[in-house]
Design a protein around this ligand. Structure first.
Ligand SMILES: [Zn+2]
Length: 240
């Protein structure tokens, strides 16, 4: 093969063996550049030598791990910046932030967003124990608060899932967890504006849903949702 090593600097050298037409072609390893014999003259995939076939995926895995770590750390910084914009007493969040930093050091994918991190810090700050992304049947809600019997979801803007009425998902999760559980959805908009009211809002919203359910034989009537906007304004701006 040594004599072809030099010759094969010209691509597509015919080695005379292999391939459908009995030809062998040489291509530079995509990783390190050494010449690799192939049986096709037009590779549709990148060609790698035996060594790179092993090391390239390892390096990619390492890069993915580094990327998710950096991403999680930047997410935490963003979460703290959001808190700084809402007149939060930042030193109340120092310990909670350390708890989150520790969590993401071991599990960089633990949180999906800065808003989830803020919610987690609020829960820590208020000593509310929570499970993050637990399995509930086939669902993975954001948080489970066992002491409050609340499933907490941190949602995008007030889309339909932010409504108070039960979605299919809520019904299935409550079936798994038990009728005393409530699913509480907090729109990210409010976490962005007034995070320190989160735990109070969870309590009020869960109580509100439980009361509605009691009055309406176990379901939260759809028209309760019409009160959403008002409800949120009241709870999150301290009017309740
Ligand atoms: Zn190589």
């Amino acid at each position: 093969m040594w004599q072809f090593e030099n010759l094969a600097r010209i691509y597509n050298i015919n080695w005379g063996t292999g391939g459908d037409d009995g030809a062998m072609y040489f291509f530079h390893c995509w990783g390190c550049g050494t010449l690799v014999p192939t049986q096709t003259s037009q590779p549709l995939l990148r060609v790698y030598c035996a060594e790179c076939k092993e090391t390239v995926p390892q390096k990619l895995d390492e890069d993915r791990r580094l990327y998710s770590e950096v991403r999680a750390r930047l997410m935490l910084d963003r979460a703290l910046s959001i808190l700084e914009r809402q007149d939060a007493h930042m030193y109340e969040y120092r310990e909670p932030a350390q708890v989150i930093a520790e969590k993401i050091a071991g599990d960089p994918g633990a949180f999906d967003s800065a808003h989830e991190m803020i919610a987690a810090m609020e829960l820590v700050r208020n000593s509310v124990r929570a499970k993050i992304h637990p399995s509930v049947g086939s669902y993975r809600p954001d948080f489970l608060l066992p002491a409050k019997k609340v499933v907490l979801e941190v949602d995008g803007y007030m889309h339909k899932h932010s409504k108070l009425r039960d979605s299919d998902r809520d019904i299935k999760m409550r079936r798994k967890l038990g009728p005393e559980w409530e699913v509480v959805r907090i729109p990210t908009k409010y976490i962005e504006q007034n995070a320190k009211m989160l735990v109070k809002a969870i309590d009020e919203l869960a109580a509100y849903k439980r009361k509605a359910r009691k009055q309406h034989s176990g379901i939260v009537p759809a028209w309760y949702s019409d009160r959403d906007a008002e409800f949120w304004e009241d709870v999150l701006y301290g009017k309740r």
